[in-house]
Design a protein around this ligand. Structure first.
Ligand code: FAD
Ligand code: DHB
Length: 392
């Protein structure tokens, strides 16, 4: 058996765990990351693409913002497509803010490089990860690496291990409350090396279902269509995907879509989920380990970033100022922001998707709400200020 000690043991090397590690390193707080997958596997997962300014600010604070500033695309608005027309929501005019299109893969890559440069420890391919003792003074993370049992003792555990991780699952059921909504559809996503159809993202409400035209760069597009939960990726040829996408867009946009071979294709189910509280003694949950939003509002990655921003601040106060106040406030501060993002993501999902049970009445209500949304400055502002990110 091998023993090691660190101040903060971080479980999970997704964006939440890696960003927390980077923020702590900036403040000379020792941390070790334990990840069950390989680095290559983590990098191969295609997920979010839109960063709020608060997330870019945290990347700056962590010392990993340079490539994001150089290669990220500034978007001052989005377009909504419904009833055959296209309507722009101008974030800059309505809020003075913008968002940055920069893929989660790139954020993860930059954070991994910075860890490697700093010689910081990340144990990839850790098997049978368990956490113990977080209700007492001496928490420990145990796992097996290359056949050797590892024991990592620490002051605190950061549970950054995503929705299916072991940290939340290790909390006794009576100590945790969960809130969940599962949606009756999924998103089929395609990544392709073709130029995006428009400069900005298009969110489309269509009688055949929702569609999203997103992008990763000026030469790489990310498109999604709402699909049935029974669909299998293999049933969707590239041609079938492009045909379905174009059917859900206004004619002039559909004609302008450049198609090409997919370089990734996957189906994601949609879910809203919150666990309360987010702290259990010396265990702190952050990111998808504590909450899930449906992707429509592009909030998942951004919430993960603000959680670890608050956690890093609390840990810096604890180690450098001898104050536990930030750690004591962690759960309440996060949850206040989390529930606002849950509300926005649920609302935007409800507005843009076809729900099997909604019927003709539900569809007319959506059309009326969309018409109101683009016709009212107050309603447009409410969308814009949530999309660009509510203040911390
Ligand atoms: P994760 O990225 O899930 O990272 C958790 C890490 O913990 C993983 O690397 C995992 O391997 C590791 N882990 C799990 N269990 C263990 C264990 N027992 N021991 C050690 N390590 C463990 N958001 C958007 O805004 N837009 C999108 O388009 C979008 N698409 C998505 C598509 C999918 C399929 C999924 C699952 C999520 C998507 N999201 C999207 C959400 C966004 O990607 C997440 O909110 C974000 O990844 C959260 O980061 P995280 O670090 O909290 O969790
Ligand atoms: C992307 C995903 C989203 O959920 C979203 O709202 C915007 C963009 C994307 O993957 O590019």
């Amino acid at each position: 058996m091998a023993h090691r000690r660190t101040k903060v043991a971080i479980v999970g090397a997704g964006p939440a765990g890696l960003l927390l590690g980077a923020l702590l390193a900036r403040h000379n707080i020792d941390a070790v990351i334990v990840e069950q997958r390989s680095a290559e596997y983590v990098l191969s997962r295609i997920r979010a693409g839109v960063l709020e300014q608060t997330t870019v600010d945290l990347l700056r604070e962590a010392g990993v913002v340079d490539r994001c500033l150089q290669e990220g695309l500034t978007h001052d608005g989005i377009e909504l497509s419904f009833d055959g027309g296209l309507h722009r929501i101008d974030f800059r005019a309505l809020t003075g803010k913008h968002v940055t299109v920069y893929g989660q893969t790139e954020v993860t890559h930059d954070l991994m490089q910075s860890r490697a440069r700093g010689n910081l420890t990340t144990d990839y391919e850790a098997e049978d990860v368990r956490i113990e003792g977080f209700n007492g003074e001496h928490p420990v993370v145990r796992y097996v690496k290359s056949g050797v049992v590892q024991e990592l003792t620490c002051d605190f555990i950061a549970g950054c291990d995503g929705y299916h991780g072991i940290c939340r699952a290790s909390v006794p059921p009576e100590a945790i409350s969960t809130f969940e909504k599962v949606y009756p559809f999924g998103w089929l996503g395609v990544l392709a090396d073709v130029p995006p159809v428009r400069h900005e993202l298009i969110y489309a409400n269509h009688e055949r279902g929702f569609a999203l035209c997103s992008q990763r760069s000026k030469t790489r597009s990310r498109y999604y269509v709402q699909c049935s939960l029974d669909d299998q990726v293999d049933q969707w040829s590239d041609d079938a995907f492009w045909d379905e996408l174009r059917r859900r867009l206004p004619a002039e946009i559909a004609e302008a879509v450049t198609t090409g071979p997919s370089i990734e294709k996957s189906i994601a189910p949609l879910r809203s989920f919150v666990a309360e509280p987010m702290r259990f003694g010396r265990l702190f949950l952050a990111g998808d380990a504590a909450h899930i939003v449906p992707p429509t509002g592009a909030k998942g990655l951004n919430l993960a970033a603000t959680d670890v921003g608050y956690l890093a601040q609390g840990l810096v106060e604890y180690y450098h100022e001898g104050s536990a106040a930030g750690l004591d406030q962690y759960s309440a501060r996060c949850l206040s922001r989390v529930w606002k993002a849950e509300r926005f993501s649920w609302w935007f999902t409800s507005l843009m998707h076809r729900f099997p049970e909604a019927g003709a009445f539900g569809s007319r209500l959506q059309q009326a709400e969309l018409a109101y949304l683009v016709g009212s400055r107050s309603a447009s502002s409410a969308l814009a200020e949530n999309y660009v990110g509510l203040p911390l």
